[in-house]
Write a protein that binds this ligand. Structure first.
Ligand code: GTP
Ligand code: MG
Length: 199
């Protein structure tokens, strides 16, 4: 798919502030600093579209980016950011949960996990919760440029084994790097496919 236009529309604190209309949207979630905003920039080819930072906790609102005037990419705040206090963390969790479960336009959730880490409980719990909610999701490994081939294969294997302890089938699984642009065509092709089927 060719991205001709990518436009920041707005930041929202609640779903009733999100853009009106029925265009499909694809949202990105995962721990703070996993690379959600960087992935959005990589996919669109506009490197300064979503704000990124080496410090976790950068994205604090629901951000809508209109792509080719037909569908949205949605950048969400990360979960599990330790520097937020308990009350703030709960508030973020509520905002994210509410968006994911109540926003009818939300067509697919990309759950990002860091390729360098062992499967993390916080991610596994989140993935299981999405399965229980019946939310359509895929898993995206990020920062694969940081691993050697063998290490990456090992990491993928561990993740899949872990998921298969709970689930009979695996969700779609993408390998990405915002640095080398790995996974770009795969994710855009996946989105394009869904967009054509729901038209
Ligand atoms: P929050 O908004 O804080 O939740 O973080 P985020 O998930 O949006 O992460 P962000 O995209 O801001 O990236 C965090 C850091 O990881 C930045 O320093 C990025 O440059 C770096 N980063 C993101 N993706 C990659 C990648 O694929 N490879 C490498 N090497 N670094 C990456
Ligand atoms: Mg971000």
């Amino acid at each position: 798919m060719i991205i001709k236009t990518a436009e920041f529309i707005k930041s929202s604190a609640k779903i009733d502030q999100c853009p009106k209309g029925d265009l499909p949207e694809y949202a990105f979630i995962g721990r703070s600093n996993v690379g959600k905003s960087s992935l959005i920039n990589m996919l669109t080819g506009f490197s300064k579209l979503a704000m990124t930072s080496a410090k976790p906790g950068k994205t604090a609102l629901i951000n809508h980016f209109l792509i080719n005037e037909k569908w949205y990419l949605v950048d969400l705040p990360g979960y599990g950011y330790a520097k937020r206090n308990k009350g703030q963390r709960l508030q973020f969790q509520k905002m994210i949960d509410y968006y994911i479960t109540q926003r009818e336009q939300m067509t697919n959730l990309f759950i990002l996990v860091d390729a360098r880490l062992e499967p993390q409980n916080i991610d596994l719990e989140f993935i299981h919760k999405m399965g229980e909610y019946g939310v359509p999701f895929s898993i995206v490994m990020t920062k694969i440029d940081k691993l050697k081939k063998g290490q990456l294969q090992e990491s993928i294997k561990k993740y899949k084994e872990k998921l298969l302890e709970t689930w009979e089938d695996l969700p779609p699984f993408f390998l990405t790097s915002a640095t080398t642009k790995n996974g770009k065509e795969e994710i855009l092709g996946y989105i394009e496919n869904i967009n054509t089927t729901i038209k």
